[in-house]
Structure formats: C-alpha cells, structure tokens
Design a protein around this ligand. Structure first.
Ligand code: HEM
Length: 156
C-alpha cells in the first residue's frame, strides 16, 4: 500500500513544499472543514441524493467525514491512511454510489473548501496559490484511492 501511495503522490506532483504549507495551515483548514461538511450534506439533499442516505445517521456521518479530512490533511501517507481511504471507497461502491456521482461530489466539496479557506484573512496572500495547489493535490490523491476501490469491484 505504501509504495502505491508513493506512486500516487509522485504522479499528482505532491512535494515537500506542499506538505509544509499544508502543515502550517492545517489548524485553519480544520476550522473551516466542519462548516463545509454541513453545507456538503445540505447540497446532497438539495440535489435529490436523499435516497442514498436512507437509514443513515447523518450527524455521525458528518463526524466521520470530518475525521477523514483531518486524516488526509495530516499528509502522512502510511498504511493506516491508505487502508482507511480504500475502505471509504468500498463503502461508497457497496452503497451503489456511482463513480460519477462520487467524483462530482468531490468537485463540489473541493471548490467550496478552497473558496472558504482562501477568503480567510489569516491565510496570507503570498501563501494562497501554494496552499490552493497543495489542497487540490491532496484531494486528488484521496479521490484516486477512492476510485481504485471501484476498480477492485471489477475483479470481485
Ligand atoms: C467528498 C466526497 C465524499 C467523502 C469524503 C465521503 C466520506 C465518507 C466517509 C468518511 C464515510 C464513512 C465511512 C465509514 O465509516 O467507513 C462515508 C460513508 C457514506 N457516504 Fe460518503 N463521502 C463522500 C461522498 C458521498 C456521496 C456523494 C454520497 C451519496 C450521494 C455519500 C454517501 C455515503 C453513505 C450512504 C455512507 C454510508 C453511511 C453509513 O453506512 O453509515 N457520500 N462517506
């Protein structure tokens, strides 16, 4: 798993400068994530995705999603992270959430997160481009792992 993660890290171009800027802003990122997660589920319900959440404890799901982002933004790609991200992909696959629906939702989340994060006065103007690029790379890494769980379905 670790070597697979290393391959993904290199292919998305995630560098030490990216992990450094993420580390400097991690606390601020995690301040804005809960609000964006709240908006995310409101958006899901507003676009008719309700049926996927039947019987699901949404407040608990929000907490689990927040923990997932906390884990990702630690930018420590060990086996614990890899297995965790893969398991999340499998949960969505098993819930019949198509890769298209899943990827669109990553798009919504990513753009809203950047919009809120980069508007903050405690993110310096000089750091904004680098921080935006680092967040994008990390989220693409995460999406790649989630999608790989769908590929695994082909050989199940
Ligand atoms: C940014 C994209 C998304 C992220 C980061 C995300 C994150 C998560 C996480 C962390 C879990 C918990 C997994 C576990 O506990 O093992 C989860 C479960 C789940 N997600 Fe997502 N999710 C995303 C998109 C979606 C979308 C688009 C839908 C539906 C349209 C969805 C529906 C669900 C459902 C139904 C569960 C299972 C809940 C349960 O059984 O308790 N997710 N998600």
């Amino acid at each position: 798993m670790r070597s697979e993660l290393e391959k993904i890290r290199i292919s998305v171009g995630l560098t030490e400068a990216d992990t450094d800027v993420t580390a400097r802003y991690r606390a601020i990122i995690m301040k804005v994530v809960p609000g964006v997660v709240d908006e995310f589920y409101a958006h899901m319900f507003s676009i008719g995705n309700d049926s996927y959440f039947r019987g699901v404890d949404v407040p608990s799901l929000k907490s689990r999603q927040i923990e997932h982002w906390r884990h990702l933004f630690r930018a420590d790609f060990d086996d614990v992270y890899g297995n965790h991200a893969t398991r999340i992909g499998i949960v969505h696959r098993d819930r019949a959430i198509t890769p298209t629906v899943y990827m669109r939702s990553y798009g919504w989340f990513t753009s809203r997160l950047l919009e809120v994060l980069l508007a903050r006065p405690d993110v310096s103007a000089a750091d904004r481009p680098g921080l935006a690029a680092a967040v994008l790379k990390l989220i693409h890494l995460d999406m790649t792992i989630a999608l790989a769980a769908y590929d695994a379905a082909l050989v199940d």
